[in-house]
Write a protein that binds this ligand. Structure first.
Ligand code: NAP
Length: 344
């Protein structure tokens, strides 16, 4: 168990933000004209988007790269929900406000912010500028660089939604998190431990020591050990793997206590999970991350207090977005992959 209090209620920024200059009419972006392999991603010059009244225009310094980006680029994921192609990918970012809805808006021009676009309706952060709903961003944690902060929003909001809002993590609760070493997993481990849960994770051996530092009590090496032979009676399984390449989801049913909760995260990876859960005598739900600037502000405080950390595994230049996707598609990222878009 690890229970570290939040420290301080001071505003995250004590200096007046610098005024931001007007954006140029056009910008550099990575777009794709058709779905396919990572090579479909290419640089282009596109118009800088115009915010509507409730939105901010932000200058993107760094963008997160998430598995949903690669799935969408390949024609799966949320590709059916995107506007027409060509389209710009990227659902989260860290950057600086350029335009705010009104003069006294709490996030005025010059404010460092991090957050999401209107996920999953449209992407847009693989670009020098993006328009974002003002309610889906928060002030960037002051202790993080933009590159570090860009690794946070989508993965940490997913972990928060799973651990806090769905599992209701609490003292003594026994939680199993599959893929604890990934982008979502490493935040989920820390949030669950922060709220006092007993955390077991599946991960490969090289990630074991690091995950224990983050708060895991037990690490099962999924490459050498079948987790369902060594774990039993957990209250909640947070399944970031599902039945995509194997039977992780099916075997998870066996390790839950009667009435325990199974949460399937990779969308569509196991259509019959509810029937399997009913047969096993456990509860089950899928999960979808929802943009939430308020939760992100709380997460920012946890990051600034040192209670939670982000681990950025690899950083690519915007022009190397295809290589970043290929890396994410290998499925063995520790923490996060980030694109550097522009200078701070
Ligand atoms: N529904 C939603 O709202 C939502 C939101 C976010 C993400 N997701 C989905 O959730 C999944 C996880 O996302 P992510 O961003 O955390 O992915 P990620 O960062 O790419 O995950 C990589 C991690 O997965 C681990 N892993 C791979 N196979 C494993 C296995 N069989 N058992 C245990 N660990 C395994 C790897 O561990 P090793 O390197 O140690 O092998 C690596 O650390 C993705 O499918 C993503 O699309 C869904």
């Amino acid at each position: 168990m690890r229970f570290r209090p939040l420290r301080g209620n001071a505003p995250t920024s004590v200096t007046e933000p610098a005024p931001a200059s007007d954006p140029p009419p056009a910008m550099r972006a990575v777009v794709f004209d058709d779905v396919g392999a990572p090579a479909v991603l290419h640089e282009s010059t596109v118009p800088v988007p115009t915010p509507v009244l409730s939105e901010l225009l932000v200058r993107i310094v760094a963008a997160g790269v998430n598995p949903i980006d690669a799935k969408t680029r390949s024609g799966a994921g949320v590709s059916a929900q995107l506007p027409s192609l060509p389209s710009t990918l990227g659902f989260d970012f860290s950057g600086v406000v350029v335009k705010a809805p009104y003069e006294s808006h709490p996030l005025p021009p010059g404010t460092p912010v991090f957050g999401t676009v209107p996920f999953p309706r449209s992407g847009g952060t693989y670009a020098e500028y993006a328009v974002v709903p003002s309610l889906s961003v928060a002030r960037k944690p002051t202790s993080l660089s933009h590159v570090e902060a860009a690794g946070v929003p989508l993965a940490a909001l997913t972990a928060w939604g799973l651990v806090v809002e769905t599992a209701h993590a609490h003292e003594g609760q026994r939680v199993l998190i599959h893929a604890g070493g990934g982008g979502v997993g490493h935040f989920a481990v820390q949030f669950a431990a922060y709220f006092g849960a007993h955390v077991t994770v599946t991960a490969s051996g090289p990630n074991a020591a690091w995950l224990r530092e983050l708060g895991a009590s037990v690490v099962v090496d999924y490459r050498t050990t079948r987790f369902d032979e060594v774990i039993a009676d957990v209250d909640v399984v947070i399944d970031l793997v599902g039945n995509v390449h194997g039977d992780t989801g099916t075997r998870s049913m066996k390790v839950l206590r009667p009435g325990g909760l199974y949460i399937l995260v990779p969308t569509g990876s196991w259509p019959d999970f509810a029937a399997a859960a009913e047969a096993a005598g456990v509860r089950a739900t899928s999960f979808k991350v929802i943009p939430d600037g308020g939760a992100l502000a709380t997460i920012a405080r946890l990051l600034d207090s040192g209670a939670v950390q982000v681990y950025v595994d690899k950083v690519f230049d915007l022009s190397d977005a295809a290589a970043a996707h290929a890396s994410v598609e290998e499925g063995h990222t520790r923490g996060k992959v980030v694109l550097r878009v522009s200078d701070d």
